[in-house]
Ligand binder design. Structure first.
Ligand code: PLP
Length: 390
């Protein structure tokens, strides 16, 4: 990718994220185009099988996004109108929207200050008589302590759905994140470590849930479009319930297969860059970088730092200082309960104190596969110089 100058600075712009795409992806897409089958077909099936293997998941179903995967996850888990679904507010809005789509009420829980994730304690405080499911998120790639949340929820018959949108390549207790989930959802948006342009995946350990997800993503049609095409005398199809078009295309899946092959290498590089940031910022008072929890390893999909009181600048002024140096950082993860769309949750300021603190005081630093040493040194230089009290 050609370097772009940051407006008004004369400096090469450093983005917060750049997807790592190359000639292999171009060749994979060209091969699909030449094959004449560009919609959901053999490449999608191949990508599903490869992803299931990589994630230690018995079943995988490719879909159009993580948002649609979450929607299907809740439907297949039996969540419906009148149910409550506990979700973190500290997440992208899609986590809560999925509950709303199925007619359930998202109930916002607070997160742990170190990981930014739900814990059994924060979930327990949000449970109601109607809680049918909990959606845990591996926020920014940091694994959630799934076993802990499941030991609270399993005996109560509450389904734990894992929103692994950010977490392909992260590990939990030595296994890929999501391996222990009843059902998990994944994102392949370009902001994530593995991209198909747009795209998502649902993984599950339940054959029946996988089967229903397969049907629902394709209009609940009893014979798939690919099977109909394969037979000369197409069998009549039935629409068994009201389904959706949540399909992934073979063009996307072909890109996904190439990206999946590179996942280990991408995560190794991201962890190396994260370690460089951590070492360089260790003696800067008031900047707390995200770190691995004791029980797992992050892919550092989002490398955030919390700007605390001991730092001379607040988050907004630090972001402005970075921008003046041609560096694009991002405000940290949103707090969904503060958005107009969820005003009816009726949560007052201070209701979710950790979420609100992290949302207001964190920023995400540039971290991507091709981030060069000199570029990272420029980011570090701004953070360290701004951190010196004048
Ligand atoms: C935690 C989380 N869940 C869900 C999503 C939605 O993913 P997609 O854009 O693939 O629908 C995102 C995207 O940023 C996310 O970060």
């Amino acid at each position: 990718m050609t370097a772009e100058l940051a407006t008004g600075t004369g400096l090469e712009r450093i983005d917060v994220m750049r997807p790592w795409l190359g000639e292999q992806e171009v060749a994979a897409v060209a091969a699909v185009l030449r094959s004449g089958w560009v919609a959901q077909g053999p490449k999608v099936a191949e990508f599903e099988a490869a992803f299931a293997r990589r994630q230690h998941a018995p079943y995988a179903r490719a879909v159009s996004s993580c948002t649609t995967a979450l929607h299907l996850a809740l439907l297949t888990a039996g969540v419906r109108r009148g149910d409550d679904v506990v979700v973190p507010s500290f997440s992208f809005v899609a986590t809560a929207n999925a509950a709303t789509y199925v007619g359930a009420r998202p109930v916002f829980a607070d997160v742990d200050a170190t990981t930014g994730n739900l814990t059994a304690a924060t979930v327990e405080r949000a449970l109601t008589r109607r809680t049918r499911a909990v959606v845990v998120v591996d926020q920014g790639g940091v694994p959630v302590d799934l076993d802990e949340v499941r030991s609270l929820c399993d005996p109560l018959g509450i389904v734990v759905v894992e929103d692994g949108a950010c977490a392909a390549g992260s590990t939990y207790r030595g296994l890929p994140v999501g391996a222990g989930a009843e059902v998990a959802a994944w994102s392949f948006h370009p902001r994530k470590v593995l991209t198909t342009g747009e795209g998502g995946m649902l993984t599950t350990r339940h054959q029946a849930w996988a089967e229903r997800a397969r049907l629902l993503r394709e209009h609940a049609m009893s014979v798939s479009a690919a099977d109909r095409h394969a037979s000369l005398l197409a069998p009549p199809e039935q629409y068994t319930e009201v389904g959706f078009n949540f399909r992934m295309t073979d063009l996307q899946a072909a890109v996904g297969l190439v990206q999946l092959d590179r996942l280990t290498e991408v995560v190794r590089r991201r962890r190396e860059l994260a370690a460089t940031y951590a070492a360089a910022l260790a003696d800067v008072p008031g900047l707390r970088p995200v770190a691995d929890p004791a029980y797992g390893e992050s892919n550092f999909q989002s490398y955030w730092v919390e700007v605390q009181r001991g730092y001379p600048l607040d988050r907004e002024t630090l972001m402005a200082a970075l921008a003046a140096a041609g560096i694009s950082a991002r405000r940290g993860i949103m707090a969904i309960h503060r958005q107009p769309a969820y005003a009816d949750a009726g949560l007052r300021p201070g209701a979710l104190p950790v979420t609100e603190r992290l949302t207001d005081h964190t920023l995400i630093l540039p971290l991507f596969h091709e981030l060069g040493e000199a570029e990272q040194a420029r980011v570090i230089d701004v953070l360290r110089r701004a951190g010196r009290r004048s």
